[in-house]
Design a protein around this ligand. Structure first.
Ligand SMILES: [Mg+2]
Length: 192
């Protein structure tokens, strides 16, 4: 069985939102990066938690999930952000650049339709800070139709915590157990 995808957002997950006073949680370290298409003399300042790299590697090394970036950083997640956390090059979902002023232009996360098409019927655990009620309903419908889907939603002012990854890992582990066990053996009545 192919492991489920682990879709990983960055803003609000690996880069927490600053508090009203502009401060960011303590363990985060400052980096200046130059996203694709931006001028070298106009870098973007980001804050990353150095503990996130080893935390993510701990899950990736289990082989229980296939990690994929799912972020408006697009390929810069692979080339800029991942290396700052010591992560190997991971693939990314090639999201478009819609002209939107809210992340929920239709009441649900703008990425979702693209992710839905990209996933097909593959199982997935998706970590993003920005799901709405409609996204959770979508995940429940996918799960009911045979594509197990778990949404994990960190607080964007705190970002990713160990418990989020523990939840993702134990979900993937249970999924593997279920699939390895296969369908229940037919009862005598059914077999007859
Ligand atoms: Mg986000």
């Amino acid at each position: 069985m192919r492991p489920p995808y682990l879709l990983l957002d960055i803003d609000g997950v690996l880069i927490p939102f600053p508090d009203a006073d502009g401060s960011t949680p303590d363990p985060h370290a400052r980096h200046d990066v130059v996203p694709t298409g931006r001028s070298e003399d106009d870098p973007v300042t980001i804050w990353l938690n150095p503990a996130h790299g080893p935390m993510l590697m701990g899950v990736i090394r289990t082989g229980l999930v296939t990690p994929v970036w799912c972020t408006s950083w697009r390929q810069d997640a692979t080339t800029l952000i991942g290396p700052l956390l010591g992560l190997p090059p991971l693939p990314h979902v090639d999201l478009p650049r819609p002209q939107i002023t809210t992340s929920h232009p239709s009441g649900y996360l703008w990425k979702r339709d693209h992710v839905d098409a990209w996933l097909g019927d593959a199982p997935a655990v998706w970590i993003d800070d920005d799901f709405t009620r409609l996204d959770h309903a979508w995940a429940a419908e996918r799960t009911a139709s045979g594509a197990p889907t778990l949404l994990v939603q960190p607080n964007p002012h705190v970002g990713l915590r160990a418990e989020h990854l523990a939840e993702a890992q134990s979900w993937a582990s249970r999924l593997l157990d279920t699939r390895t066990a296969g369908p229940a053996a037919p009862s005598e009545t059914e077999a007859a």
